[in-house]
Each structure stands twice: as C-alpha cells, then as structure tokens.
Design a binder for this molecule. Sequence first.
Ligand code: BES
Ligand code: MN
Ligand code: ZN
Length: 501
Amino acid sequence: MDISVKTTLAPTHRTACLVVPVFERRKLSATALQLDASANGYLTKILKQGDMDGKAGQTLMLQRIDGITAARVLLVGCGKEKEFDMRQFKDAVNAAMLVLNDSGANDATSYLADAEVRDCTYTQRLRIEAETALHARYRFDQLKTKNDQTEPRLQRMVLNVIEAENLATAKMAVEIGTAIGKGVATARDLGNLPGNICTPTYLADTAQKNAKRYSDMNVKILKQDDIEKLGMGALLSVAKGSRQPPRLIVINYDGGKKGDKPVVLVGKGITFDSGGISIKSSASMDEMKFDMCGAASVLGTMVTVGELKLPINVVGIVPSCENMPDGAANKPGDIVTSMSGQTIEVLNTDAEGRLILCDALTYSERYKPRAVIDIATLTGACVIALGKHPSGLLSNDDTLAEKLRNAGQRSGDRVWQLPLWEEYQDQLKSNFADMANIGGREAGTITAACFLSRFAEKLKWAHLDIAGTAWESGDNKGATGRPVPLLSQYLLDQCGKKYRL
Ligand code: BES
Ligand code: MN
Ligand code: ZN
C-alpha cells in the first residue's frame, strides 16, 4: 500500500473515502464540521439519530452524501477530546483500517492526524498513522492455497496535512513511518514462517537478499567451521542437537562516517525451541517457532535503516540454530566453554537462548561498539512479570537504558526496566563450572540477564526480553514485529536533529 501526504479540502476532495475523527459526545472535529456545513447539517442529523456518539472504537461509514465530493465518509470515534493520546490515536487508526480493509474503497484520505493528540507532536502522529495503517493492512497468506480472507482493495492512502504545517517535514514523517512499517512487516513475515521453512540457513539467505537492496549494507555468514574457529562452544553446544546447521549472521551497515563507532544489535535466532533434552510440554509448543523473533527484529530494523539511509553505522549479529533433543544434544549437567573462556554448566537445556547470545556478545566486542542491544524471546518469566504490553529491559548502563525507555515511549513500543543487581548473581552459582545456565525459580528474567551481563562487562549493553511482546497467541496468533519501532526510534535518535520528529 502506498502512503503519501497532501493538503486537501475535505468537502471537495476526490477520493473513495474520507476518514474523519468525531469526539464524545457527538463532537465534530474541525474537518467533520467543514463536511457538515457542505452537507447541510447531514452529519449532525445522523449523530443526533443516535448511530454514533464518538466513543473510542466506534465507526460509521456513510455513503454518497449530497454536497460532498468523496464517495464515502468514514466517521471514527476518538473518545473524549481532552484525553485523546497516542494509544487511543493508534486504536482509532486501527478501527478505521478494519472498516477500510472490508470496504470497496481503493483509496482513502485520512484527517485523523488533524486532531490534537495529548502526548504526540503533529509529525509524530503522521508517522504513527503510516506505521499503524501498514500494520493493519498486513496479511500473512503466502502458505495458503485458498484465501479465507478477502484481499483488501485499499491500495493508496493520503494523509492530509493541515495547511499551517510544513509539507516537507510531513513527507519525512510519513517516509519514516513507512520505513518502520516495512521493517515491521519483514520481522512479522520471518516470525510467522514455520520452523521447517525458516531455518538458520533461511534466515541467513534472507539477510543476504535484503542487504542487496541497500548500497551501504553487507552481510557475512559464518558457518559451522568458522564458528568452531572462533571457539563459540556455547552456541555450538545448542546447535549440535539438531540436523539443521547453525549460522552466525553478521549484517554491516555503514551509513555513517568511517570510524564512527557502531550500534550493535544482537538477535536471538532459535528457529525452533523444543527445549532439547529438558523438553517442553506439548501445549502451544508450535509457538516456539517464534523463538527467532529477536533475530527477525534485527533483520527488520536493518530494512528500516536501509530504507531511510540513516547516517550511522549499525551492525546486526544473529546467532541462529535449532534447540532439539538428539543423541548429540546437550545433556543436563554438561559443561561447555564459551568464546569468552568462561565455563557454563548446562543444568537445563531449555535455557538455550543465553547460551547462543553469550558468544554473540563476546563476538560483538571486536566492533568497539558505542552500544550493544540484544533482543531475545528469553524467558517465560518475563510474560508472567510484565504480560504482553511492555518488553523487559535490563542494562548495565543507565544512560543507554534511559534512551531506550524514552524511545519506547515516543514510538509507542514500550519497555519496562527490571533491576540488574549484584545480589541476583549468586543464583547462578555452579559447583562444577564458572556458572550455571539457570538461576532457579525466582526472578527468572533477571537471572537470565545476569547470565548475559557476565559476557557484557566490556560493553555498554542493554537486553530486551521480548517473550511477551514478540507475538500474539489465540485467535490472532502471529508475530507483532516488535520491537522494530523501538529500535528504529532509538537509532533515529542517534542521527541528529533532522530525524527528530
Ligand atoms: N524461548 C524460551 C522462552 C519463552 C517461553 C518465551 C515461553 C516465550 C514463551 C526460552 O528458551 C526458555 O525456554 N526459557 C526457559 C528458561 C528456564 C529453563 C530457566 C523458560 O522461560 O522456561
Ligand atoms: Mn528454551
Ligand atoms: Zn528459547
């Protein structure tokens, strides 16, 4: 779907559908008032009739109104005008898209961003609207031979730009929103693909294919031999339980000056997590195909960065393998040696994410990064602690943590920080090796991060636990593309004023 910006006059604008906000109770927005005047009070009449009073989530599609050029007018309830915030704005865009996707309209022009949003600048609204519209238009049907959903007819969206605003800035906002939308779609596609298709080799091929589209992007794929030479004993110990060969994917983006320290993104790429010998119970085990969503968010964010040609250096590192039970698999009690030289007692083979990430963190040191952020569906405990709304954030650097919290707030892709206190480190004590790979029942998300912190001592490092946010279960089962918006926002913030909306 193509999204563009334009300054238009609603009553005479030629389009298949005008999308217009209405507030509680029956309070017409400025655009709705204009339309009402041209239509001789028709909108007021309809609202009085009781079909809509502007509650959040309500929509009303009106057809062929005398005095209005557009074929349709979609009224979108936005709740109380004073309380309208980013979350409700997103809800309004989603509600509108649900109706538009089901309508016969090929194109639409939206005035939703004309409305004041409490915690959101005008340009931010345009960006969020583009991103949200693309999210709502997304379909994953590449593996269905018969489509059970009708393909939306909507192909083009115009976001109205209020006259007083700068069209060039508005255009930039929509370009950013569109690029994030593309990154999110990339991450969702990879997440939704099943384990038998999306293997470590597939992830590597996809990274290579994507990078070909961007001139400053290069990919290096390390295979079994290369990984052995690096001494990544922890990563290899997980990989050896599977028939799929492991990959270490390194994506280099050099949009910044030569010598500028890069931001490194490390993504957990377990393409299926059965638990290994410490096997998981079978309920919902299919969802462990999503255990590579950290990797997917790295590939997705790289797409956003490439689309926007951001003037910074970024390195994406994805350790990828399957976690399977096998005669050669890790056994509880096995002791492996990581690339850092530290030894690890594998007390539970299902705590495999940290085993592949620790070697990738050590590997990241060679880039002398200005910051390293790892992204992983790491612990079920994070879902228990925080649910599905924020991702967990743990960091050894307060400045970096603050930047990520702030980026989360402004992108609407939020995080919640948990403590990484020294006290918790004791839980990783092993009688036989430098550390155990599990820390017992208490504070599972924190002890997992404590484990990783032992491999990040030389780094400014943050860890995002996306176990609760990377995908949805139930009727809407599917990858969300999070935290691509957060990571993109964080990177945009590193790019100077021009990119600040
Ligand atoms: N990939 C899982 C974490 C996970 C589980 C994410 C369920 C989302 C939903 C991870 O590899 C894992 O199995 N973690 C274990 C760690 C435990 C053995 C210390 C967990 O969370 O149970
Ligand atoms: Mn596991
Ligand atoms: Zn896992």
